[in-house]
Design a binder for this molecule. Sequence first.
Ligand SMILES: Nc1ncnc2c1ncn2[C@@H]1O[C@H](COP(=O)(O)OP(=O)(O)O)[C@@H](O)[C@H]1O
Ligand SMILES: [Mg+2]
Length: 299
Amino acid sequence: MASPKLNVVVRETNLPGIHFLNRGKVRDLYDVGGQLLLIATDRLSAFDVVLPTPIPDKGRVLTQLSLFWFNLLHDVIPNHIVTATDFPAELAPYRDQIEGRTMLCKRTNPLPIECVVRGYLSGSGWKDYRATGKICGIALPPGLQESARLPEAIFTPSTKATSGHDENISFDGAVSLIGAELAEKVRSVSLEIYRRAAAYAEPRGIILADTKFEFGLVGNQLIWIDEALTPDSSRFWPAHGYQPGRAQPSYDKQYVRDYLERIGWNKQPPGPELPPDVVAATRGKYREAYRQLTGHELS
Ligand SMILES: Nc1ncnc2c1ncn2[C@@H]1O[C@H](COP(=O)(O)OP(=O)(O)O)[C@@H](O)[C@H]1O
Ligand SMILES: [Mg+2]
């Protein structure tokens, strides 16, 4: 069989005969023999709107980087990966669409919370801190600047909104959604993954400011699911030039956001097409994050 083409750009998959489940903002989901096929497309969302222009290589970066972290941190908690290379025969006709960007996963019951860990003060955390001195009910020292490193990383869960924005909740809020035992478990696992990943990334030039994990259950086994520590689920900041007291340049989407601000888009769907230079720069950023973290170029 001809080897699959890795340079195809996939904005939406089309796998006739394979049981389609759902299209998320970035991933297309299928059921294959009771397992979950998670295909990271090249879609990019900005300000919560999926843009019409795909970013070549983005889906492969998301999947390969997730696989890298799942593997590096497998001793912390089991993850959902079944395979990312040896797909069932019924997928053979679709190798161009799936190769390099796809994980066949254990299908779990996802917990109804997003497990956010913050090591730095940014985004909605910064907003909440400025208004209340707290994030998700956790009191922080007064006088911290935007982007400041926190004395220690904190677990700041949020709801999983099916539409619109996720909402930060207190730890007690998480307890009322999933129970105390599970809430304590995902808190300690999330903090441990964050600490390990942040310590790994920093000497490689990337500050892991914050990140979001998802977990699911199979029976009562807790499993790390979805994507892992990617530019889409995390804030990566270049360590070089880090300076508290202002927002940091985002690693990946800054070109896109700057462009969208420049043209005065009202941030309501549909989003505008991106020009080739913005696409190229964004693609370069995703590839660079992959290279810096793994130590090699995306093939
Ligand atoms: N192993 C798994 N079991 C069940 N659901 C999963 C698993 N891994 C990921 N998911 C779900 O698949 C979806 C991934 O698609 P994505 O495009 O990231 O969606 P979203 O727009 O909600 O972020 C998420 O809803 C996530 O909760
Ligand atoms: Mg997602």
